[in-house]
Design a protein around this ligand. Structure first.
Ligand code: PLP
Length: 362
């Protein structure tokens, strides 16, 4: 039968695997209120200032949103210490990643993606017909030297999440500078700082500072984690003007919805909420390190709002048993890390419930 055929490279694309939802586990095991520690969401809920402004904006949703996202970009400019012209707002940072690929890749170009990282870089690159070149990891850290070794005149984009998901590790300023200085100016370097707000490591370099000296650097940010707006979808690209105007030309006209525009701008001003988020995350991380250690297991030190826990042999059984007890974590089998679970930091009572269930299962 004759039928439309998708572009040949779409066949190589693996579907994105999201964290298991609370509804699925509630239905499967009859659990009233499962605890989801699988998608690095903010356990405090959304920023209260964002909720307030959405409530008062509801009556305006019959109107199209501002296609230039002026108010949101001005708020982001103040937050990142840059100018509005250096900022593009997206429907989540997933859309920013997608736009960067569509603007800078053509079929046959290569994209360097670390072996253990956020899976959407690979998907968005393959969608454009590009070839993905995996780079190596060293002790769960991205190996900058391997990226430099693998770069060639065919490299269109290098993706790097700093801190990285799912490892939680963060590169030092010296490594980021070595990478940016070592790559040619024609290669777009995408530095994804989805988890930058959570970093405690003091040699961290915030990439927004780099874009003056390195016009081939595009930084990616999200309000999904630190600002609690994952369901609303707000992300940003911060880069020099030529990159921003390339993305602005190809983006869907009304890509950020009217509530997200308002809520995003309000959330960026909600310093109290960000402070509480960081406090609860850091306390939760330190609690998990200590309790996991008491159980004779280890964690990969994390600079994010999640942690990789080495459960060892039988990790998939532990994952399933935790689900039966209403605790949703993320099994790392799809990353080839069969012995590890990725656990997002929750509220203190949620972290305690995870440890109690883990102790029981072990
Ligand atoms: C490193 C990284 N970048 C980007 C994203 C996407 O975030 P958003 O919700 O803004 O699309 C995630 C989500 O988990 C992530 O881990």
């Amino acid at each position: 039968m004759r039928q439309p055929r998708p572009a040949p490279w779409t066949e190589k694309i693996p579907a994105y695997v999201p964290g298991t939802s609370k509804e699925t586990i509630a239905g499967r095991y009859g659990i009233k209120d499962p605890i989801k520690l699988a998608s690095n969401e903010n356990p405090l809920g959304p920023s209260p200032l964002a909720v307030q402004v959405m409530e008062s904006s509801m009556a305006g949703v019959h109107l199209y949103p501002d296609p230039d996202a002026m108010e949101l970009r001005a708020a982001a400019a103040a937050f990142f210490g840059r100018r509005s012209e250096e900022i593009l707002a997206g429907n989540g940072s997933d859309e920013i990643i997608d736009l960067l690929c569509r603007a800078y890749l053509t079929p046959g170009r290569e994209v360097i993606v670390p072996g253990l990282t956020f899976s959407y870089y690979r998907i968005a690159s393959l969608v454009c017909g590009a070839e993905v070149v995996p780079s190596g990891m060293k002790d769960f850290r991205i190996d900058v030297d391997d990226i430099l070794r693998k770069s060639s005149e065919k490299t269109g984009i290098v993706f790097l999440a700093n801190p990285n998901n799912p490892t939680g590790t963060c590169l030092a300023e010296e490594e980021i500078l070595r990478l940016c200085n070592g790559l040619p100016p024609e290669t777009l370097i995408v530095l994804d700082e989805a988890y930058a707000a959570f970093v405690r490591q003091n040699d961290f370099l915030s990439a927004a500072e780099l874009i003056d000296s390195h016009p081939n650097v595009a930084t990616v940010h999200t309000l999904s984690k630190s600002h609690g707006l994952a369901g609303l979808r707000v992300g940003f690209c911060v880069a020099c003007e030529p990159i921003i105007s390339a993305l602005a030309r190809i983006k869907p006209p009304f890509n950020v919805n009217i509530l997200a525009l308002k809520a995003g701008a309000a959330a960026l001003l909600d310093t109290d909420f960000l402070k509480k988020t960081l406090e609860i995350t850091w306390q939760g991380l330190d609690y998990l390190y200590a309790e996991v250690h008491k159980l004779g297991l280890s964690c990969v030190q994390s600079q994010t709002n999640f942690v990789l826990v080495r459960v060892g042999d039988g990790c998939s059984r532990v994952y399933e048993e935790l689900l039966k007890r209403g605790i949703i974590t993320r099994a790392m089998t799809s990353f080839g890390l069969d012995e590890y679970l990725r656990v997002s930091i929750g509220l203190p009572r949620e972290n305690e419930a995870f440890i109690r269930a883990l102790r029981e299962v072990l």
